[in-house]
Design a binder for this molecule. Structure first.
Ligand SMILES: NC(=O)c1ccc[n+]([C@@H]2O[C@H](COP(=O)([O-])OP(=O)(O)OC[C@H]3O[C@@H](n4cnc5c(N)ncnc54)[C@H](O)[C@@H]3O)[C@@H](O)[C@H]2O)c1
Length: 203
């Protein structure tokens, strides 16, 4: 069986999860890793037997032998990496949120379309058994026609204050809420018309 050669950009907490999954997958082989932080890249490489190690995503995109890339850098840093990889004709799985500004989205989609590469965003609720059961119950008509939904996620303050050093350059609506929004689009098989939002700051 031909294995897809994978490169991972971002050797942080979630990059390691990607590595574990690809290592177990019969159709994947991790050939390259890239992280600005050399020791993080080297640690991941050592742990998973990855031969090609980079600290510059441009060099990674140009020189690495991977066919597909997992972009697993902080939320606000997906765009330039995805564009460089698209220009190098790499297919991609890009972590959610795809991007955090409208300008980044347009630039990324342009590069992806121009280079005809395949891209998916890692909205993995779509493969998560409890969510899939709910979706099947909607699609089969078992629950009737859905007309409203309520989606709530709770997180502890430690996640944005300490666990994610870059949380201040993203937001809870990006790193958590994007899953909720995608799941609702998928359940309703529809897009959002209008958004009503309430936020509360403080303790
Ligand atoms: N799908 C999910 O449920 C899920 C879960 C966790 C995280 N994520 C997403 O994964 C992404 C990474 O999250 P994380 O928790 O692993 O963050 P992290 O901070 O642990 O890791 C990010 C890594 O990217 C590296 N990096 C930053 N800029 C870089 C660059 N220009 N080139 C190469 N490497 C660079 C950092 O050095 C760091 O090692 C985020 O977008 C996050 O929202 C998704």
């Amino acid at each position: 069986m031909n294995k897809i050669k994978i490169g991972i950009v971002g050797a942080g907490m979630w990059g390691e999860t990607h590595a574990r999954i690809y290592q177990d997958h019969p159709c994947a082989e991790i050939v390259a890793v890239c992280d600005l932080n050399k020791s993080k890249a080297e640690n991941l490489a050592q742990k998973f037997g990855i031969r090609q190690v980079y600290t510059d995503y441009r060099e990674f995109a140009k020189k690495s032998s991977c066919e597909a890339v997992a972009v697993v850098t902080p939320d606000f840093l997906h765009a330039d990496i995805a564009i460089a990889c698209a220009n190098a004709k790499k297919h991609m799985i890009i972590e959610k949120p795809f991007a955090t500004t409208r300008e980044d989205v347009y630039k990324m989609v342009d590069a992806i379309e121009k280079n005809k590469v395949r891209v998916m965003v890692d909205f993995h609720n779509r493969w998560s058994p409890p969510f899939v059961s709910g979706k099947q119950a909607v699609d089969s008509g078992e629950l009737g026609e859905p007309c409203s939904a309520y989606f709530r996620l709770n997180d502890i303050k430690w996640v944005p204050t300490d666990m994610l050093p870059w949380a201040g350059q993203s937001s809870i609506i990006w790193f958590l809420g994007s899953h909720s929004l995608d799941t609702l689009r998928w359940y309703f098989n529809d897009e959002v018309d209008r958004v009503y939002s309430v936020s509360r700051a403080g303790y």
